[in-house]
Design a protein around this ligand. Structure first.
Ligand code: SAM
Ligand code: DTB
Ligand code: SF4
Length: 340
């Protein structure tokens, strides 16, 4: 066995974009706008160089063997008027998802208590709404109260918010608001026609101004190009400040949605997207989100190595499946990952 201590350096390591990490590494605010070319150069790195750089940045800010656990609950399922081509909850697609009414405090209490007992620290409530209506604000505030009374962090994703609704949710104790940019601006109109990119940016601004943590990410595997994956990260990383939480979803192919037959993405492209999110947003929680049920343990392990440090934890996402508690506990234990 060779015991040479000299590790040959790849000529690409840190060369073209090495300046990025130090520039954005201090604090949650960004000092310099990242260009699309810089982000594309990260995607184009040799895979091992990209992972090494991501892991280096990750270790500067986090314990590399620690993952945050968020549990999701659909508090209002189906019947959504938006036409998002990936989504099983849109009324425009025939997916068999039935519309239901907003859950009450007892249902939320039960689900959040179970999540807490299984070790989740954050409880995320999702509604299939285009936007939050004023008539529902107090009902949602009561649901947030239930989660806060359990001592958990609370997150909601309810569609578009006005600034005054954002302030009311903040007052109710909401810690995070999830609102994804989902894809690159130039692809957005091919995926959704019932709203525009600027609508998403406006809601994120309202969330930020209300003093809540921003959770915003996107979906990979919708037939986009690598340049478009870079375009999504470019938008997220240049939000000022960038989001505290960045969910990277892998498209779940749902029968009846326009994207159901989309060609499978090379799994290493998904890992690359996680790595680039980590490098460009060093202090954020990058969440390995939808699509884990269809993903092998090896790819998930590579995602953790690339800087993912949060997961959706629980046997259901909103309408589709997720690995059950026991399976995730076993996976995390086999990787010696601690949870928070
Ligand atoms: N209606 C709100 C909205 O769209 O902002 C909140 C709920 S919506 C279901 C939340 C997110 O789920 C979407 O932004 C999208 O990123 C994700 N999502 C929906 N369907 C998905 C799918 N089939 N695969 C992966 N992610 C999906
Ligand atoms: C996010 O980025 N992913 C979650 C959460 N935020 C709300 C939703 C994933 C949904 C996957 C499809 C479904 O289960 O309906
Ligand atoms: Fe509605 Fe959200 Fe699904 Fe779009 S992603 S159809 S807004 S629930």
């Amino acid at each position: 066995m060779t015991t040479s201590s000299t590790i040959p350096e790849s000529p690409m390591t840190f060369v073209p974009v090495g300046a990025i990490a130090p520039k954005v590494a201090s604090g949650s605010f960004k000092k310099e706008r990242l260009s699309l070319a810089q982000i594309q150069a990260l995607f184009d790195l040799p895979f091992n160089d990209l992972l090494f750089q991501a892991q280096t940045v990750h270790r500067q800010h986090f314990n590399a063997s620690e993952v945050q656990l968020s549990t999701l609950l659909s508090i209002k399922t189906g019947g959504c008027p938006e036409d998002c081509s990936y989504c099983p909850q849109s009324v425009h697609h025939d997916t068999g998802v039935e519309a239901s009414k907003l859950l009450d405090v007892h249902a939320v209490q039960e689900a959040a208590s179970a999540a807490k007992a299984n070790g989740a620290s954050r409880f995320c409530m999702g509604a299939a709404w285009r936007e939050l209506h004023d008539r529902d604000v107090e009902k949602v505030a009561a649901l947030i109260g239930v989660v806060k009374d359990l001592g958990m962090e609370a997150c909601c994703t309810l569609g578009m918010l006005t600034s005054s609704q954002a302030s009311t949710l903040k007052e109710a104790g909401l810690d995070y608001y999830n609102h994804n940019l989902d894809t690159a601006p130039e692809l957005y109109g091919d995926i959704i026609t019932t709203r525009v990119y600027q609508d998403r940016l406006d809601t994120l601004q309202h969330v930020r101004e209300a003093g809540m943590n921003v959770c915003s990410g996107g979906i990979v595997g919708m037939g986009e190009s690598r340049a478009q994956r870079a375009g999504l990260i470019h938008q997220l990383a240049n939000l000022d400040p960038y989001p505290e939480s960045v969910p990277i979803n892998h498209l779940v192919h749902v029968e009846g949605t326009p994207l159901a037959q989309t060609k499978a993405l090379d799994p290493f492209e998904f890992v690359r997207t996680i790595a680039v999110a980590r490098i460009t947003m060093p202090t954020t929680r990058v969440r390995l989100s939808a699509g884990r049920q269809e993903m092998g343990d090896g790819i998930q392990a590579l995602c953790f190595m690339a800087g993912a440090n949060s997961i959706f934890y629980g046997d259901k996402l909103l309408t589709t499946g997720n690995p059950d508690w026991a399976r995730d506990q076993a996976l995390l234990a086999s990787l010696d990952i601690l949870t928070v």
